[in-house]
Every structure is written in structure tokens, then in C-alpha cells.
Design a protein around this ligand. Structure first.
Ligand code: NDP
Length: 243
């Protein structure tokens, strides 16, 4: 249980769902983890639940000053940043005919633009042997109906990872995408039973995944176990992307 001993990690959106499970697993594996999110109360709850090895920096990933504050807080720890998990994201449905510009901008700003600038702000703190894990979604390539903006926002994440994998390989930094299928988290809180059943039926394994199952995959991509893996996409989806 110490595959990340001595490592420094940042997990954005670490106060809920998948990000929380990843932060919890990384801390259990010996990493010092900084989690982020907008809701201070949820950050406090997450820090209390994880206990040793975790700190929180409140902020909005779409805000440049907040990203600067995050980078300063990480830099103040006086060590190289070994692992960055870009996980924060939002999902809202809108049928094609009903998409408002503000909806499209909100989803793309949070899921895509902020992913780019989070990496850009924290990259100077990373070096040889560091790993970046971008949380995408199988929705980025299967095209979940009613989620045009979300699907597009996650398709861009795959593209980022492939581009940056090539760009950063000479510096010894790996970049991979973790693409979950349906995972039981608060992101589904507003989904009705009919939608949940439609989603469940898309999964050959016939169930939603658990956040811990994505955390195990994140651990692989973040640790030296994947030392020759970059530009890859690991789907944790019960087979959903297969058909
Ligand atoms: P949650 O809603 O549980 O978590 C979303 C996280 O993102 C929260 O920690 C939230 O914190 C944070 N967040 C959202 N917007 C912002 C913002 N503007 N600034 C800072 N933090 C923000 O959902 P999940 O755990 O399910 O989602 C995590 C990631 O996994 C997302 O990128 C999602 O798209 C992806 N994913 C999820 C799937 C699923 O089935 N659950 C499937 C495929 C991908 P706060 O609200 O405090 O800001």
C-alpha cells in the first residue's frame, strides 16, 4: 500500500465522486495529495474522511486567479509535483434544438478550457518522471444522445492527452486519459430512473461502476507501473465503449 510513497499529487474536483476516490486511494498509497473544488464544506468533509496526507485548496478551475493560487500553494510545498489528475467537470443534458450558447460555454469552459489552463499553470512545477492523468469520458467518443456539449468537451480531452503526450515526452512527463463509463457519483443525482436504466443497459456488465474502480485505474496511470504508457486512453466502463 505504498506505491506512491513520497509523491506529491494534485486532484482537481477531489471533494466528490471520482476525484474523491482517487485522492483517497493516492493518500492510502503514501502520496501527499492536494484536492480542489469550489465548495469549501465538501472539501472539509473530504479532508476529514481521507485524513492523513491530504490538504485542500478551494477554487474554481475556470478562474485564472484561483489556478494561480493553486499553483502557489503547490509550489509552497517545496517539491516537484509528481502527479496531476485533472478531474473536475460538469455534465448537463440539452437536446440539440435547445442548446443555449451559455450552456455550451459553461460545459466547455469547465471541462475543456479549464483542463488546458490547469495543466499549463501546474506544468512548471512538474519534471522528469511526472504523470498527468486527464479524466475524459467514453461519452467523448460514443456520443451519448442529449449531451452534445459534454461529449464534445470530453472528445477534446482525448486530443489534449495525445498532443501533450508527444509534446512532453522529451521532458519525461507522461500524459494519459482515464475515460470512465457510467460511475455512481453525485453527477447522476438529477438523473431520473428512465435515464439511469437507459445508461445501465448500455453497459455489457449491466451495472454502474464504483468510484473506487476508477481510482484503481488512476493509480496505474499515475504510478511508475505505467512508466512506458503515454498518450493512451484507459476506459473503465464495464465494456460500454465496446458496443
Ligand atoms: P461529481 O459531480 O461528483 O464531481 C465533480 C467535481 O468537479 C466536484 O468535485 C466539483 O467540485 C468539481 N467541479 C465542477 N465544476 C468545477 C469548477 N468550476 N471549479 C472547480 N471544481 C469544479 O462528478 P464525478 O465524480 O462523476 O465527475 C468527475 C469527473 O469524471 C468529471 O470530469 C466527469 O465528467 C467525469 N466522468 C464521470 C462519469 C460518471 O459516470 N460519474 C463518467 C465519465 C466521466 P465543486 O462542486 O465543489 O466545485
Amino acid at each position: 500500500m505504498s506505491r506512491l510513497h513520497g509523491k506529491l499529487a494534485v486532484v482537481t474536483g477531489g471533494n466528490s465522486g471520482i476525484g474523491f476516490a482517487i485522492a483517497q486511494r493516492f493518500a492510502a498509497e503514501g502520496a501527499a495529495v492536494t484536492i480542489t473544488g469550489r465548495r469549501q464544506a465538501a472539501l472539509d468533509t473530504a479532508v476529514a474522511a481521507i485524513g492523513r496526507g491530504v490538504t485542500a485548496v478551494q477554487g474554481d478551475v475556470t478562474s485564472e486567479p484561483d489556478l494561480d493560487r493553486l499553483a502557489a500553494a503547490v509550489q509552497a510545498q517545496g517539491r516537484k509535483l509528481d502527479i496531476l489528475v485533472v478531474n473536475s467537470g460538469v455534465a448537463e443534458p440539452a437536446a440539440l434544438g435547445e442548446i443555449e450558447p451559455a450552456h455550451f460555454d459553461r460545459i466547455l469552459d469547465t471541462n475543456t478550457r479549464a483542463a488546458l489552463f490547469t495543466v499549463q499553470k501546474l506544468l512548471p512545477l512538474m519534471g522528469e518522471g511526472s504523470a498527468i492523468v486527464l479524466v475524459g469520458s467514453i461519452a467523448g467518443f460514443i456520443g451519448t444522445p442529449g449531451f452534445t456539449a459534454y461529449n464534445a468537451s470530453k472528445a477534446a480531452i482525448r486530443s489534449f492527452a495525445r498532443t501533450w503526450a508527444r509534446e512532453l515526452a522529451p521532458r519525461g512527463i507522461r500524459v494519459n486519459t482515464l475515460s470512465p463509463g457510467p460511475i455512481e457519483t453525485p453527477i447522476f443525482d438529477t438523473a431520473n430512473d428512465e435515464f439511469r436504466e437507459m445508461i445501465r443497459q448500455m453497459v455489457p456488465m449491466g451495472r454502474f461502476g464504483r468510484p473506487e474502480e476508477t481510482a484503481a485505474a488512476a493509480l496505474f496511470l499515475a504510478s511508475d507501473d505505467s512508466s512506458f504508457v503515454t498518450g493512451a486512453e484507459l476506459c473503465v466502463d464495464g465494456g460500454a465503449a465496446q458496443g
